[in-house]
Structures are given as C-alpha cells and as structure tokens.
Design a protein around this ligand. Structure first.
Ligand SMILES: Cc1cc2nc3c(=O)[nH]c(=O)nc-3n(C[C@H](O)[C@H](O)[C@H](O)COP(=O)(O)OP(=O)(O)OC[C@H]3O[C@@H](n4cnc5c(N)ncnc54)[C@H](O)[C@@H]3O)c2cc1C
Length: 567
C-alpha cells in the first residue's frame, strides 16, 4: 500500500497507536503540524535515519502553507531594513530549491517601475532627497541582492528604460513613469511543495496522518513522553509516544506549547495577508511579475503570473480567528485601490476570480506596538523545560534551513554527529528532471494521443517524474483524461492520484490543495465539486449520503468565504 494513500491513513493511525504500547519502542521524532515547516522537519529527521511520525489537525498545508505569495526569494523588501542575513539565507535556500525541486520551483523575472515623486519604494524606511539618487540606490540594493545569491544567482538585474518597462506591462499607468529595473527570483506552488516534502518523507519511512489533532501531552517526571491525538474523521483518540516532540504548528505554536501546562516560551504575532486572483488578460501581463513599488503603509505589492492566473498581494494586518482567516471588503478595497493607482485598466470586484487569506507565523516583537510588516521573518528554535522543541517564524523559502536547525537540536541531544542530508536531497519527482520528465511526458503523449500540450505541461510542473503515475491512470481509463474545468488543465486522473498517493480525504482537499481549482476557477470549484466527489466516492467507498454531505460542506465553506468579501 502507498504510504500516503487515503487507505493507508487508517493503517498509519494504527501504527501511531502501537507506539503508545509500553512493550513497543516509541517513535524517535513526532512532528506536530503538516505545513511546510513540519513536512520539512519530518523529511530532515527521516533522512537522518530517525523513526518519524507527523500529525496534522486538518489537511496538509491548510494553514499559511497554502496562503503565501508563492515566492521563493530572499525578499528585496528586507534590504532597506538592512536585514542582510535573512536575505542571504533566503537566496541560498532559493538556490538549493532550484536544484532539489526543479519541477516545482522556477525562476521568475520581476519588473520594478520607478515613478517621479516616489518617496519610499520597496518599503524604504527613510526618504531619499527628492528624486535624486533613487535609481542609484535601487541599483545598489539590487547589486547586493545579486551578490548575496553568489554562484547560485538566477540572473543579474539590469536597468530598464521607460519604454522597456511598458513592454513588460503595457497596462501600467504611464504618467510620471521614469524608468525601472528587472531582477530575478523564483516562484513555486506552496501546497505542492509541501506535498512533495511529505511524499519524500514517507519514502524515508515517516508515518504521516492528516485530520489528526494533538489535544494534550503525556508527561513523566515533568518531561513529555507522548501526545494524545484525536482522529478528527472518526472522533477517536490515539496515544502516541516519542523520544522527541517537535511543535511546528505556525500561528498555533503558542497554543500547542500551552498544552504542556507550562507558560509558553513562544510568542507569536499573527499577521494577516490577503491576495486577489485575476485573469492574465485583465492585467495584460506577460511572463514577468511586477512590483507595485509603494503603498500608503510604506510597503510594496506584487502582481505575479501564477499558473493560469495572476495573483495580487499582499496585505499585512492583525489577527482574528486563526482557524478561519477571512478576506474582508476592506482588504479587497485596499488591494484594488493600490492596483488601480498603477494600472490603467481600472479593475473592479467584478474582475476578481477568487481571493485567499492566511496568517504569517511571526515571532513577537519585544517592542510594544511594532508594525507586523516590520517584524523579522527570521526563525527561532525553542526548547521548553518539558522537552518540547518549537520551531516558529521563518518563511516558505527557508523551510529547509528551519528544519535542519530543528533536527540539529535533536541530534545534539542524542549526541549524534551533525549531518545535513537535505542540502542535496532531490524531492520526490525531481530525480532525472528535466530529461526523464520530458521523456515520460512525450512518450505518454504520443501513446495516449488525447492530451493537449497545456495538460502535459501542467502535469510536468505539478508532479515532475511522478506524472507517470497520473498518465498510467489515464492509460488504464482514457475517460480520466477529461478536464475537470473547461479552461483549466486539471484532469480527472488527478483526483484519483490525490486519493492514492497524497491522502486526499475530502473534495475540499482536492479542490483547494491537491489542485488549485478553488483559486483558479471563476466558479471557485462549485461547478465541479459534484464530479470530484463522485470520483472520490469510488476510492473511499462513500455512501450517497456521505458524498452529499461533503459536497454541501464544500459549498457552504465557499459561500461563506464569498459572503465575507462583501462585508
Ligand atoms: C499572506 C502570506 C504570504 C506569504 N508569502 C510568502 C512568500 O511569498 N514566500 C515565502 O517564503 N514565505 C511566504 N509566507 C510565509 C510562509 O507561508 C510561512 O512562513 C509558512 O507557510 C509557514 O509554514 P508552517 O508550516 O510553519 O505553518 P502552517 O503552514 O500554518 O502549518 C502549521 C500547521 O499546524 C497545524 N496544527 C495546528 N495545531 C495543531 C495541532 N494541535 N495538532 C496537529 N496539527 C496542528 C495547522 O493545521 C497547520 O496546518 C507568506 C505567508 C503569508 C500568510
């Protein structure tokens, strides 16, 4: 049985349960949280030979790890704050990801336009003398950016004339546009990256379960020895024992640490970030991303081509219900307002295809009242007196380094020599890329005949060499080559793949996380949820009632989301 199939989930829970039996040996490492950080920790620990378990309270990547701007970057906006170590670390990790997950992480050009009268572009905290030296300052900053990436730099930045800027983004407002720069970073699909990490960790023997929430800790002589996990699908409890327990729960890490009974060492300051999704045609954007250099609150915004669409984001405000980050009318107005300052297309709410919101797990500032936009994106590994290890902060880009620093703590406790296998560890689907991937795709394409180029490219980008499993499903049943949504490249076979290889348990898991239909589809998946539930029903042996309930739950969640956008 595939270790991450939906059928294996029950078996994995039983395996967790056995560790609670005193006659059996406990896990070496239990990771709480199935976002990119937890997935990274599980992989790092398993690759070092530890016996690993991971539990996630809802679906994998359902927190911040599906809500990011999807950039793998050093972050040009941290340069004006002189946060050079953070930028350097991000750029090193960017280089490693381009090497270790080439099908999932790809270079992306960014155009930074400069307008006469700009005072604080890219979040500069100081005001340069009016108009003078701004171009030189940005040039210098971007030279540092290239330099920090060293031999792993994607490509050197260069200056653009006003006309060149407009070639990249013809819909930009031309009044006061002076010049610009082009620089290079990378982008990914945050959820698929997390899933690739989990699949790779499972290959190394990690036992992984979603919809499994840690509700309390077990202790002996003040030291934690295990956790109580609630299987949220069957409402049953399982005791899991482990020598080391890692809390990788992002914005929930303070709450989870509090479950040990001690005052948490972690102090998280969640910060909400919202994105809007548009069609590529509406923004007339080619393949380069655009930086909107200045916002009212001295930040920058990105307009990024992503998959079939364009993403605009993000905001940086306070927190509310951590389990349900919502996009409000005010968030939408803020983003549209700034977009329309720079774009002559004058987009309205009618043009929005979808929206999403998430909370950044920022480590709290010791300075009262500090704006979350200014809080550092550095990560911290904390060890509580009970033995719990908490990893918090950081970025999607730096997940590998965060995981490595965390597992180093465990290795030191065990007196092991420190080794860092993930520096050169290809994620599942990457071995043989791009040559093998091309071979698989072109052989299948000619054998199957039914797949158009857009679908083939999409399968390669989403699964790497793993695409052969999706193609195998199509070879067995050609009706699975049918698109799920007319103008998107997702096919029916991916629903089966999601159940058999990525533990998809509900239609929401498939629509919002195994694929990005919820984001890319104008109907946000409402038109296809029935079909997906039908395909899943066969895999899960659901009754008609169970299937209908899950469809209703998806519809309700999307309708609630859409209602919040207007209030
Ligand atoms: C708007 C926004 C834009 C961003 N853009 C970028 C970007 O472009 N580039 C970049 O590098 N970074 C970006 N980031 C940051 C990045 O997304 C996060 O740092 C990263 O995803 C955090 O991952 P995580 O695993 O630590 O947290 P999460 O993804 O939130 O995962 C934590 C998991 O723990 C689970 N959990 C909680 N409690 C329990 C429990 N009791 N038992 C079991 N499981 C539990 C949760 O369900 C959740 O799935 C952005 C973040 C946001 C919000």
């Amino acid at each position: 049985m595939q270790p991450l199939s939906s059928h294996a989930r029950r078996q994995n829970l039983a395996h967790l349960h056995k560790s609670g039996d005193p006659s059996r040996s406990p896990f070496d490492v239990l990771v709480i949280g199935g976002g990119v950080t937890g997935a990274g920790v599980a992989l790092d620990a398993a690759a070092r030979g530890y016996k690993v378990a991971l539990v996630e309270k809802t679906d994998f990547a359902s927190g911040a790890s599906s809500k990011s701007t999807k950039l793998i970057h050093g972050g040009i906006r941290y340069l004006p704050n002189f946060d050079f170590a953070l930028v350097h670390q991000g750029l090193v990790e960017r280089g490693l990801l381009l090497q270790n997950a080439p099908f999932l992480v790809e270079p992306l050009a960014f155009v930074l336009p400069i307008y006469a009268g700009d005072r604080h572009p890219v979040g500069m905290p100081f005001t340069p003398p009016r108009g003078i030296g701004l171009g030189q300052l940005l040039d210098l900053g971007l030279s540092f950016y290239d330099g920090f990436a060293g031999r792993r730099n994607v490509k050197r930045h260069r200056h653009l004339s006003r006309e060149q800027v407009l070639k990249f983004a013809p819909a930009l407002v031309t009044e006061r546009l002076k010049e610009g720069f082009i620089y290079y970073d990378a982008q990914t699909n945050d959820v698929r990256l997390t899933l690739a990490l989990l699949r790779t960790a499972a290959q190394f023997g990690a036992t992984i379960v979603n919809y499994a929430e840690v509700t309390s800790f077990m202790k002996k002589d003040g030291t934690i020895t295990g956790v109580c996990v609630c299987d949220r699908l069957r409402n049953q409890e399982v005791m899991v024992c482990a020598r080391h327990i890692v809390n990788a729960t992002g914005v929930f890490s303070q709450q989870v640490e509090a479950l040990t009974g001690a005052t948490p060492l972690v102090q998280v300051e969640p910060s909400k970030g919202v994105h809007l999704v548009f069609s590529r045609e509406d923004l007339q954007l080619a393949d380069a991303a655009l930086v909107l250099p200045e916002t009212d609150d001295r930040r920058l915004l990105f307009v990024i081509p992503w998959q079939s669409r364009v993403i605009l984001g993000t905001t940086d405000t306070g927190a509310d219900d951590l389990d349900h980050p919502t996009v409000t009318h005010a968030d939408v107005a803020y983003l549209l307002n700034h977009l329309n300052r720079y774009f002559s297309t004058h987009l309205t709410t009618e043009h929005i295809i979808s929206t999403y919101a998430g909370y950044r797990p920022l480590v709290k500032s010791r300075t009262a009242g500090a704006a979350t936009a200014k809080l550092s994106r550095n990560h911290t590994v904390l060890q509580s007196p009970s033995g719990l290890v908490t990893i918090v902060g950081g970025k999607l880009t730096t997940y590998r380094r965060m995981a490595q620093d965390t597992v180093d703590v465990l290795s030191r406790r065990d007196g092991y020599r420190l080794v860092h296998p993930t520096e050169n560890l290809p994620l599942q689907g990457s071995v043989g890329c791009p040559k093998l991937q091309q071979e698989i795709l072109s052989t299948s394409r000619s054998a199957l005949g039914t797949l158009d180029e857009e679908i083939v490219a999409h399968l390669g980008r989403s699964y790497g060499t793993e695409a052969h499993k999706v193609l195998q499903l199509i070879a067995e049943d050609t009706s699975l080559a049918k698109r799920l949504v007319d103008d998107l490249p997702y096919v029916r076979a991916e629903v089966l793949y999601a159940c058999r290889y990525e533990m998809a348990m509900t239609p929401y898991d498939v629509l919002a996380r195994r694929t990005s239909i919820t984001l890319e589809d104008r109907q946000r998946g409402l038109g296809v949820v029935d079909t997906i539930a039908q395909l899943m029903a066969r895999e899960h042996s659901w009754t008609t009632e169970q299937r209908a309930e899950l469809v209703v739950a998806y519809r309700a969640a999307i309708e609630q989301q859409m209602a919040a956008e207007t209030t």
